[in-house]
Design a protein around this ligand. Sequence first.
Ligand SMILES: [Fe+2]
Length: 291
Amino acid sequence: MNANVQSFFHAATSAWTHLVSDPATRAAAVIDPVLDFDLSSGQVRHDSAYGVLDAARGQGLRIDWILETHAHADHLTAAQWMREALAAQGARAAIGIGAGIVTVQRHFRRVFALEEELAADGSQFDRLLADGEQFRIGSLQVRVLATPGHTPDGLSYLVGDAVFVGDTLFAPRLGTARCDFPGGDAATLYRSIQRLYALPDETRIFLCHDYPAAGDEPECVTTVAAQKSGNAQLRADTSEADYVAFRTRRDATLAVPRLLYAALQVNIRAGALPPADAEGRRLLRLPVTLD
Ligand SMILES: [Fe+2]
């Protein structure tokens, strides 16, 4: 049986959250939930994550898993908040992420001078997932495909005829993820995408982002066949050398994502905000560089 998938678009960060459920048992997983964070004011809200929980409740779903495709640089994850909100209702959901998060933590705790405060061992998450691992959402079998290249911890989750690919691939018209973040590598992403292209042509590919033109609806799903024949940057016949040359040239032109420092600081803690001090103040750090 195939998974039911309901997708939620977070317009402020152009990010998709997917609610994946098993029609037979009503068990479910939330993939890549998003916190509403306003960088100018520092205000955190939970409207988007509430929306996902409400939808799950409305369908009588039990959320067993909160899954990250990678440590995101463009939005703050709502994983921690969601786990606590579910716990307050007596439900227990586990946060899963790729085992490569440890590499991301090691790098960024140094960037933020958090060596004393943050263990770089993935212990903030409930389950560190490695390539080939399998687990269940009710009666649905999930297979983990390590798909690094954008980040070292990139994972895709294969559930029946659906695969949730994080930032490896965007919609065909947009191409692929950037590979210039710490631990990113274009040749590695090329090989990860070859693994996705080896899946059956009709496999549904659920995306992590879309950036629609004004007036257009965002796309959340495409297929392996559509990507292989029409991806703007990497089709079935694109060579690794051509892709790496293109990606390297393109990445040199890209700006740092607006929320990068806020996002990584929170996302390497599985979505926990920095701890409050005695007066309840929570502060994010911003590394400053001089020419
Ligand atoms: Fe990303």
